[in-house]
Design a protein around this ligand. Structure first.
Ligand code: NDP
Length: 450
């Protein structure tokens, strides 16, 4: 079987031209590349210590959002903000150095189109432990003042804009790199061609730059895509949350329970991701998507500067939740986490042959489609669980603002788009078996609703 696959691989074109365009093609790519950065800047402008949106945008002020606050001109961000650039670049590259140098186990990613496998170092636990020790050390040596966290809190919007510009330049660099033949080594097909993403080789500069041309751009031992997905953005998100907590503690000597709760819930989610880092290697972002502006911006800007909006809001508007609210929010979070985790685990165990008694549909390939347990309730119960987690985070601000609920709305749209892409892929891949599966499991994400 393996032999047949490799012969087929050698005769197939390694990098076929992309014919199917996502996001309505070039115009959609341009609209997202301009619109989403503006959106996250506006969202951050709407949550500042001296101005934050309450209720259903009742106190929205055009002047506060677009003229006041910390927003500077693009020239300032490009040429006059050396300090912020230096800090951001130091953050990015110090993490990159730690990522390649800290110990960890090395495992294979999924099989690539040329029959080869990339190796990945899994050392998230070592890296997070290092960061926690460093934070504890700085807390002790600065008598709790932690100037780094104060800087991060105060210059939140500046760092956000710098991260957007950094994502832009990073996407330009990886796009340009994708045209350079591999240095030294050959690919699995015996030549020096880089493996491009099936969706990122259209030949249109803007579209390919946005969606990502090369599948797995690497700089020496650093896998840029996995690194960006797991380190600089996720850890910055954690730090922004801690900085919000720290700011309130410095100012009042106390911590409000809603702010503490969001820190604990999101901290748990981030560290759970670190513990299950290997699982990322089979995710669509790593196996299928190229690395371009979409992922760079998503990982480096959107995650840290919008997933932290609840914590930032709760550091500006101090809210104390009642005990039953705390219990309800925690229940939604861990109910969602249970569904998310056990459904992903069930699929993984099934694929490894550990659950042969569960009902499934044989496809024309060697794989089977599970239609039992969680995977009988909807086609993506894992998305449903993940969405409930996102809702629990928004609930920490309760009914004081509609703004922080943006996250749940955005996340549902992301999951919906992801489900549609996955459905397209599976229909092409499995044909009749997928149709049979759709009849057996008609709901896509939310049982009995969608
Ligand atoms: P899934 O884990 O649902 O994987 C989909 C793939 O699984 C399909 O392409 C197919 O792959 C296989 N598959 C689909 N249905 C079945 C079935 N019934 N039986 C067996 N195999 C099946 O999706 P993702 O990779 O998109 O997401 C993984 C997790 O990451 C999810 O829990 C999601 O919520 C989370 N996520 C989190 C994000 C965040 O920002 N927090 C963003 C995106 C995702 P194959 O080709 O192998 O058959």
């Amino acid at each position: 079987m393996t032999e047949t696959i490799s012969t087929k691989k050698k005769t197939e074109v390694l990098n076929p031209k992309t014919e199917h365009f996502e996001f309505s093609g070039v115009s959609g790519a341009l609209a997202i590349s301009i619109g989403l950065p503006i959106l996250i800047i506006i969202l951050n402008q709407m949550i500042r210590p001296n101005y934050y949106i309450t209720g259903f945008f009742e106190n929205f002020s055009f002047e506060e959002v677009f003229q006041k606050g910390d927003l500077k001109s693009i020239q300032d961000y490009l040429f006059n903000m050396k300090e912020t650039w230096v800090y951001y670049i130091l953050w990015f590259f110090c993490l990159a150095i730690l990522d390649v140098s800290l110990p960890g186990k090395t495992i294979n990613g999924v099989e690539l189109r040329d029959g080869s496998y990339l190796k990945y170092k899994i050392n998230g636990i070592a890296l997070s432990s290092y960061l926690i020790i460093l934070l504890a050390y700085r807390f002790k040596t600065t008598n709790g003042q932690m100037p780094e966290l104060q800087y991060l809190y105060k210059h939140n919007l500046d760092i956000c804009v710098v991260s957007i510009l950094f994502s832009f330049f990073l996407a330009v660099i990886v796009y340009a790199m994708s045209f350079i033949p591999l240095f030294g080594k050959k690919n699995g097909a015996g030549n020096k061609e880089r493996i491009l993403a099936l969706g990122g080789n259209s030949g249109n500069v803007i579209y390919d730059w946005f969606i990502g041309r090369e599948l797995n751009p690497r700089l020496g031992p650093l896998d840029i895509k996995l690194f960006c997905e797991l380190r600089p953005g996720m850890l910055l998100w954690l730090l922004i949350n801690i900085a919000a907590l720290h700011k309130v503690w410095l100012e009042t000597g106390k911590i409000n329970n809603a702010l503490l709760l969001i820190n604990l819930l999101q901290g748990f989610y981030i560290f759970d991701g670190v513990l299950n880092e290997e699982g990322c290697l089979t995710m669509m972002d790593i196996t299928t998507d190229g690395f371009g502006f979409m992922l760079a911006f998503g990982d480096l800007s959107l995650v840290p500067f919008t997933y932290s909006l609840q914590a930032r809001y709760l550091s500006c508007n101090i809210i104390e939740l009642t005990n039953w609210q705390l219990v309800l929010i925690t229940a939604v979070m861990f109910g969602g986490y249970f569904i998310f985790h056990s459904s992903n685990q069930q699929k993984s165990d099934f694929r490894q042959g550990k659950l042969p008694h569960l009902k499934s549909i044989q496809t024309k390939r060697t794989t089977k489609l599970l239609c039992d347990g969680w995977w009988a309730k909807s086609q993506h119960m894992n998305y449903m669980g993940d969405w409930l987690i996102s809702l629990s985070w928004c609930l920490t601000t309760w009914s004081s603002t509609a703004l922080t609920y943006y996250y749940s709305l955005y996340f549902f749209t992301l999951l919906l788009h992801r489900q549609q892409r996955d459905e397209h892929k599976c229909r092409e891949k499995y044909g009749e078996a997928w149709e049979e599966y759709e009849k057996a499991v008609p709901y896509k994400i939310i049982p009995y609703i969608y």
